[in-house]
Design a binder for this molecule. Sequence first.
Ligand code: NDP
Length: 481
Amino acid sequence: MMQHNLLINNEWRAAASSKTMDVVNPATEEVIARVALADRVDLDGAVKAARAALDGPWGQLSARERGRLVRKLGERLLERVDEIARLETLHNGKPIMESRNIEIPAAAECFEYYGGWSDKVMGETIPVKGNYLTYTLREPVGVVAAIVPWNFPLLLASWKVAPALACGNTVILKPASQTPLTALALGEVALEIGLPPGVLNVLTGSGSQLGQSIVEHPGIDKIAFTGDTSTGKGIMRGAADTLKKITLELGGKSPNIVLADADIDAAIRGATMGIFYGKGEVCAAGSRLLVETSIKDEFIDKLAARAKKMTAGDPMDPKTRFGALSSRKQMDTVLRYIESGKQEGATLVAGGARTDIGTGKGYFVQPTVFADVRPDMTIAREEIFGPVLAAIEFADIDEAITRANDTQYGLAAGIWTRDIKKAHYVARKLQAGTVWINTYNVYDTAAPFGGYKQSGFGREMSAHALEHYTQIKSVWVDMNF
Ligand code: NDP
């Protein structure tokens, strides 16, 4: 069985307490690895190393040289893509096709993209009143903690680590307890490409202890977090005491709106992929399907037929398109929501139960579709974070917009129509950080991603993320002789 220590100051160290935790393969329920359980003492060591690196060789590197190292991280990830994708699937349960062909390559690309930014992050000269030369410097924020969830373990880590390093910060990466293996692999890659000591530290440990200590630690300057909205609120409260800078990418209940004039087959593919990619454990999942009344019956029939054809498979099989939920806890949560949908009177048209792949093991849940969902039902309001779609009808475009925005969240939204005016009209009216027109779930490192409302704040990816990993210093020079 794999055993892993903590990466602190470019050394693999056991936790000071010697404690460990098990990592489980959700498709087989077997323990596949044991990782160190870090606490405040280990965190102190990592913060010390990260601060020393800021003042040491890392801080003295030229921006171009720093960018070269960040790009090398991406190149090396790609060289090891088969092995790292395998780890991602083993601890998360997602199909190997998703890890191997989409997510690990996207993580590598993120490092490539931000490596290119390092020597292009610039200040400005400002025409002020009086005889002064006034200019700004964009400087790193300092020690950045990246706290990431278990749904896209390496990809969501790279959205934080890559811009942080590119801007000259040092990083403490805390992966989710369920999925620590690819963050540790990133630590190995950092050693392989010669990242100086203390620049990237990887601490595995629990959210309630290590995570909480990160929030409280006075030596950490910024937290970049992705995860549950309630955890995000706790981090925001906790960060107040040390006034840490924070960016939060939180939950969603994203609407996917289908107008009667849409290309129905394309919309069905988009609705299916929008909720079932990544087993629905996707913050931007299109979990509320809003369908125009005049096409509702035909649409739901076709959608249910398609969902029924999607069967769970062995995540390690390249042909599998639907894997295991990430943990027993998550499976139980999803099954509870399915039960609440039934109890509250929604019509179950596909799925609705636990399933297996012939082994009698694993946390598999059928792709599930509910029709006749009312907007006040629990499955229409709360983030389920699993393969459960709630279909709600609407009579006209304004009702679609009202229903779409009737949520505390605002992460993403989709709109399907052949009418270009309606598409852009709806896009402007939706309260969401990303709007997809006639597509769903597409991302690119060059395009910003983040939330409106209680889906958080701060943008990840794109040039906008650089703002969160730099701070601006104004310098005034008296030019009077
Ligand atoms: P969390 O938000 O609790 O976990 C995300 C990360 O935060 C993990 O690394 C976790 O560590 C850490 N963490 C947990 N508690 C704290 C804390 N008090 N201080 C600092 N860090 C902390 O998500 P869960 O895994 O508990 O999932 C619960 C629900 O959250 C899911 O059912 C889903 O609905 C939602 N979720 C949403 C995500 C999104 O992207 N929108 C992503 C993940 C979950 P550890 O793993 O050790 O607990």
